[in-house]
Design a protein around this ligand. Structure first.
Ligand SMILES: [Fe+2]
Length: 463
């Protein structure tokens, strides 16, 4: 009888926990199921720019710690050509040159084109610049805006994408980002770019096609790069044992300006944000270079200068999807106490091909013997957002763990992107958009309160 009573109580408590207490949202939106297929090489989004040796795959990223430098990268296919970028401020006729370097690499039976990286320095803040790459009759022109000077109340809007790939869905995601009436000024990209490793011998031509596909955005605004597992390209069976080889040749980061020793982890300031980029697939245990760098990095963040502390990584720490469940756990164990101590506002990750937003929670009380291993509400903790829903060839991750954990505020298996509109030192308006809706439709909206300047409860679940 006693045993029966206990069983009954457990069942009732479980139901209560799952149905009544949990008030996060598992979206009922049903996406039309269709396989995500890579666009063929002949697709118009992969078109080679016309002209002999025309620069292609043009992309820019921040080139220093504060936003007064830009790294311009591109590929020439036929011959090395020139690594010089000609640039000038809008309304100015005074042209300047920045000369860069060329690199190439081989990957199994593939040989890359000539990959150019040039850094433009000492730019004015909040200024439109035009730039030109190529030589002779085959030059191409683009432009970008430098960010406003770093300051605590400077408004700035970031776009957020991850796990993009090069399918028809990827193209929809990028189009929705471009067409969103909320205009992102720079993209925080949380890793997994081309998915070239999906192909035999990791066909690196898919790295090239991805570069041409993304150019329509990456040539005009900086994308802040995070490395994902699909950047590893580690394939001993074909003799490719140098992790991240294609990614590191093609994409640069300003890691030295934040005292990092590797391009895979670094930080930047941009307007009122301090963005820390971590590598889920590099060592982060105690005494490793990444651990040591982050240990010294957090105390450097001055919230009076950059109120918004944002961390990017690829593998999420809080993920209630069955896919990649608990893969981020070891890094969480190492670093989460620091995230709470230094009051990180937001953590963006990818990897899981769905969308999820947590409440502010931490799980740092456990000490092996006390049994306190359940995430608890913590107003000093970040909100964790999984935005790995760019639309790549692996398709949607549509198998959630049940019941939805209390910490999970919203989850949905749809492709999309997000925007973060920092208004001032206290408020930032965040929106997630699904590709199935119109460009202006917001599927998940939150006004986040800054953890340093306005650490009020900004949860959306009703408990
Ligand atoms: Fe991934």
């Amino acid at each position: 009888m006693g045993l029966l009573y206990i069983c009954f109580s457990v069942i009732v408590l479980t139901l209560y926990h799952g149905v009544v207490v949990n008030s996060g949202i598992t979206s009922s939106f049903v996406r039309q199921e269709a396989k995500s297929v890579d666009m063929p090489f002949t697709s118009d989004v992969f078109i080679h720019p016309p002209g002999y040796n025309a620069p292609q795959q043009v992309h820019i990223t921040q080139g220093d710690h504060v936003g007064r430098a830009v790294i311009v990268s591109w590929v020439t296919q036929d011959e090395p050509g020139s690594s010089t970028v000609v640039y000038w401020a809008d309304k100015s006729h005074q042209k300047q040159n920045a000369t860069g370097r060329i690199t190439t690499y081989k990957y199994y039976n593939y040989t890359s084109g000539f990959i150019h990286h040039s850094i433009i320095k000492n730019l004015e803040f909040d200024t439109k610049y035009h730039y030109e790459v190529g030589t002779g009759h085959t030059t191409r022109r683009f432009w970008f805006m430098t960010p406003p000077a770093v300051g605590p109340d400077v408004p700035y809007t970031f776009g957020l994408m991850g796990d993009l790939g090069q399918t028809y869905d990827s193209n929809l995601t990028l189009t929705h980002y471009e067409m969103n009436p909320v205009k992102g000024q720079a993209v925080l990209f949380v890793g997994d770019l081309s998915y070239a490793d999906h192909y035999t011998f990791h066909d690196n031509s898919r790295w090239d096609s991805w570069g041409r596909f993304a150019e329509r955005s990456t040539a005009y605004q900086p994308w802040i790069w995070t490395a994902g597992n699909h950047e590893l390209d580690y394939e001993p069976s074909i003799g490719e044992t140098k992790p991240f080889k294609p990614f590191l040749h093609r994409y640069r980061t300003p890691f030295r300006s934040s005292g990092s020793t590797e391009p895979l982890w670094y930080s930047i300031k941009r307007a009122s944000a301090y963005v820390i980029v971590l590598s889920s697939y590099s060592a982060y245990g105690m005494y490793t270079p990444q651990y040591q760098w982050l240990l010294e990095e957090f105390p450097k963040v001055n919230r009076s200068e950059t109120p918004w502390l944002i961390v990017l990584m690829h593998s999420p720490w809080y993920n209630s999807n069955s896919y990649h469940f608990m893969e981020g756990e070891t890094m969480r164990v190492m670093f989460e106490p620091w995230f709470v101590q230094y009051k990180v506002d937001l953590v963006f990750a990818g990897h899981v091909h769905a969308y999820e937003r947590s409440e502010r929670i931490s799980n740092i009380a456990y000490n092996i013997v006390n049994g306190e291993c359940t995430p608890v509400v913590d107003q000093s903790a970040p909100v964790y957002i999984t935005i790995g829903d760019g639309g790549n060839i692996e398709g949607l991750a549509n198998n959630m763990t049940e019941p939805q954990p209390k910490y999970s505020a919203y989850r949905e298996a749809s492709f999309g992107h997000a925007t973060l509109e920092i208004k001032n030192r206290t408020h930032a308006y965040y929106n997630w958009h699904r590709n199935s809706d119109g460009y202006a439709v917001r599927a998940d909206s939150v006004m986040f309160f800054n953890r340093y300047w306005h650490p009020k409860d900004d949860s959306t679940s009703k408990t």
